[in-house]
Design a protein around this ligand. Sequence first.
Ligand code: 13P
Length: 358
Amino acid sequence: MPPPVPITPAGPAVIDTALTDTAWPDTTVTDTARALVADDKGLLAIDESIPTCNKRFAQLAIPQTEQARRTYRELIVTTPQLGESISGVIVCDETIRQRTAHEVPFLSVLRDAGIATGIKVDLGATPMAGHRGETVTEGLDGLRARLAEYRQLGAGFAKWRAVFTIGAATPSRVCMIANAHALARYAALCQEAGMVPVVEPEVLMAGEHTLSRCGRVTEDVLRLVFDQLEEQGVVLEGMLLKPNMILPGRDCLIQDPVQAVADATRTCLRRAVPAAVAGIVFLSGGQSGDLATIRLAAVNDGTGSPLPWPVAFSFGRAIQQPALTIWDGRDANVTRAQQAIQRRVTANRNARRGTDFE
Ligand code: 13P
């Protein structure tokens, strides 16, 4: 018969200092997160999926080929002085592997301009079973291995977008919880891989809802997202939040003025976003370039009480749209298209300093 196992009386928990002294995550992510929102710079999102990019090309009768997408993205990443206003560019899987016409990897072009490369790692929003009109974003299976590869390629940060539609009965609580849970799982995996997660819960502009409804829904979504981030051990100082601004629906009869948008946006973020978050980088969500910039400036206007985080931008369409229209698939228009990008990124950098941005 084996000797009885001695029973140790319960005492104070023994703290393993070797474990608790190990910073989780390492300082790479907190340093990178801070750097991405430093110096009034912001992010440029050019990570449209192949179908989305093709759709935008089709509207301008630009060929929907890999070659055309490569040429367009080369135009953007080689824009002169891009690094004066842009700290990071978010690309998709196709773009991160592409090179310029002179065979220089896009990643190297960006690095030489002092710009970090980010990678969109979600695999898109798919219909949520049993919840008509709602989606859940997929892409967690195999994500650890994909992040390791992107890190190896040189990506310093990542992006995952969840989408919420405002309707009579949406977004449902279960849709918000499912997406918040996935965002937090993604964010934790990013930090484990030494990459900064950009956490993007987007409440869409589509619909007839009012500004205040958008504010209430966004606040609910953000609270659930931060509950999950906390629950899953994500370090807030090592992440960026990419939210929508608080806007009336595109089809709402009352289109509120800039100051009302800025006030509602500041109120919502203040209520729902912990001060420890490294920074806020707005998506543009279909706003025109000018309007997105003016509203960013109003949110940053110093006349309100100070906000606890740097408030920057991570615009896609609001930076690219004028340039894409000017380029129109023609080499002869590249310089003018790049000038259009320069105008937009400079205006957005200036907007981080408040309303006096022209
Ligand atoms: P928009 O600024 O066009 O909304 O794009 C930002 C983005 O990255 C969407 O995921």
